[in-house]
Ligand binder design. Structure first.
Ligand code: NAD
Length: 501
């Protein structure tokens, strides 16, 4: 009898925990198409048990000195550096992105851990001496308690790391629910926390699907939810979480436009469009999916993009390739259906990823880079988030028409403008209704000490991820007004509203 695939479990009480594994999901190796493992799906009761332990561990952690907490953060940063190749390898084997790209993802997550090492400075309050006779006022920031993080498949390390180190530095306990498609990176991150000396129960992982998510959203002892994923689920998470009295930040989907003006350096613009359109097989929330070519740019730009696509190697991310497979067979089929729809709807198919010859096994979830020209609003390839290696070119007559197109889109995650005109770029950065803007930069992902987040249907809630907004999201403010008795002054009774004199 041959053994079945291994089962990936949870992380509880400072170590791995198999759970009951009553229900499981398949985890694929996208480059071979084989089921590499099963992942246990937590039940509502299992989630509750983990939350209860996190409440107790979180209380002790919140009472731990800032010096001790910061020492653990620094040690976590070192552990991540030591384990980054292991984490990248596991991402490539479950997500499919090429190894270099996976390493880049870990690096961007690591930068948030480095930012969180500065929490003592960021948690400092203000102090006003003598606001009234003998009265001082000062402010504190205190942890929330237990915070939930729910992450998508496309960044199995970076997205959890956008939130977890900051939440822990602020004195919270965390329950992470990773994507069921690529659950293993979360467990390596958990090992890094254990190596760093984080007390058991402060960082926990529950694997699962919507059952685990809904259990977290409805649990009375979960104080906040940080979600990243598609817009319909983000809306559900925001509405359910806030209805249950939680603080929620829910980052959703995207349709990112890159405007190319006639005065742009077209060679650089073509490089940028290909890098940002097909990196990670287009499975990035900051991928460029639409190039908006302002007349007469398209006639020159489309052939430049097309010739670059011809040089891209699609294949197993463990080999020397530019682009890996899609995450699952179902997702590949969905993206391929969009390509069929684009053809049927009358867009010009310039490069057809359906005919790709990958450097990998036949059963991998392959789809090569695909380029459409003369795409218009109303076509499904324009209107919907595809989340795959499909780049559309929309031709417009002017800057104003380009801006109108971007601002009419329901999403507002990222955008970019390519131009040699500083005035046009400055006008764009002020006029565009999008949260993250690139000027001659195609994927404007902010550094860890700024905050990441979109507008409109790309984010529900008030706070963006990491940076100072992250510190604020994971803490509650408190203001203290203090007077210490001074035997030389006595105020007596005064029923009037307090005024400072
Ligand atoms: P998804 O919405 O399918 O899943 C995200 C998480 O929600 C997963 O943990 C999943 O298990 C859970 N989930 C799925 N369906 C659910 C349901 N019905 N109820 C409760 N929970 C549910 O997203 P995905 O396919 O994993 O990731 C891709 C999406 O994420 C894209 O839309 C992409 O744009 C978006 N994304 C956005 C950002 C951003 O910063 N705005 C970053 C990365 C990814």
């Amino acid at each position: 009898m041959t053994a079945g695939p291994p089962t990936i479990g949870h992380w509880r009480a400072g170590g791995p925990w198999p759970g009951g594994a009553e229900r499981c999901g398949d985890v694929h190796d996208p480059a071979t198409g084989r089921v590499a493992a099963q992942v246990a799906f937590a039940t509502g009761e299992e989630v509750s048990a983990v939350v209860a332990e996190a409440v107790a561990a979180g209380r002790e952690w919140a009472a731990t000195s800032l010096a001790r907490r910061t020492a653990v953060l620094f040690a976590f940063r070192e552990a991540l550096v030591r384990r980054r190749e292991d984490i990248a390898a596991v991402i490539t084997s479950e997500h499919g992105k090429v190894l270099d790209d996976a390493l880049g993802e870990v690096q961007r997550g690591l930068e948030v851990a480095e930012f969180a090492c500065g929490a003592p400075h960021l948690l400092k309050g203000a102090f006003s001496d003598g606001v009234s006779s003998g009265v001082d006022v000062y402010s504190l920031r205190q942890p929330l308690g237990v915070v939930a993080v729910i992450s998508p498949f496309n960044f199995p390390a970076m997205v959890p790391l956008w939130f977890v180190p900051i939440a822990i530095a602020c004195g919270n306990a965390v329950v992470l629910k990773p994507s069921e498609k690529d659950p293993s990176a979360s467990l390596l991150i958990a090992e890094c926390w254990a190596e760093a000396g984080l007390p058991p129960g402060v960082f926990n992982v529950v694997q699962g699907d919507r059952v685990a998510v809904d259990a977290l959203l409805e649990h009375p002892d979960v104080d906040s939810v940080s979600f990243v994923g598609s817009t319909p689920v983000a809306r559900h998470v925001y509405e359910t979480g806030t209805r249950h009295g939680k603080r929620v930040q829910a980052l959703g989907g995207a349709k990112n436009h890159m405007i190319v003006l006639p005065d742009a350096d077209l060679e650089s613009a073509a490089d940028a469009a290909v890098s940002a359109g097909f990196g990670s097989a287009g499975e990035r929330c900051m991928a460029i999916s639409v190039v908006v070519a302002v007349d007469p740019v398209a006639d020159s730009l489309v052939p430049l993009i097309g010739s670059r696509i011809e040089g891209l190697r699609t294949g197993d991310g463990r080999r020397a390739c530019d682009m890996g497979p899609l995450v699952t067979g179902a997702h590949r089929d969905k993206v391929r259906d969009y390509v069929d729809a684009g053809v049927a709807e009358g867009a010009d198919l310039v490069a057809d990823g359906r005919t790709v010859e990958p450097d990998g096994e036949d059963d991998g979830f392959w789809l090569g880079p695909t380029l459409f020209d003369r795409v218009r609003p109303g076509m499904s390839i324009y209107d919907e988030e595809i989340f795959g290696p499909v780049l559309s070119v929309v031709r417009v007559a002017s800057y104003d028409e380009a801006l109108e197109l971007v601002n009419a889109n329901p999403y507002g995650n990222g955008t970019a403008i390519f131009t040699g005109d500083g005035g046009a770029a400055r006008r764009f950065q002020r006029e565009v209704e999008v949260g993250m803007v690139g000027i001659n930069v195609p994927i404007p992902v902010p550094m860890a000490y700024y905050s990441f987040g979109g507008w409109k249907a790309s984010l529900f809630g008030d706070s963006h991820a990491h940076g100072v907004e992250g510190i604020h999201f994971f803490t509650r403010g408190k203001v203290v007004t203090a007077r210490w008795p001074d035997p030389s002054t006595r105020h007596g009774i005064d029923l009037g509203f307090p005024q400072h004199t």
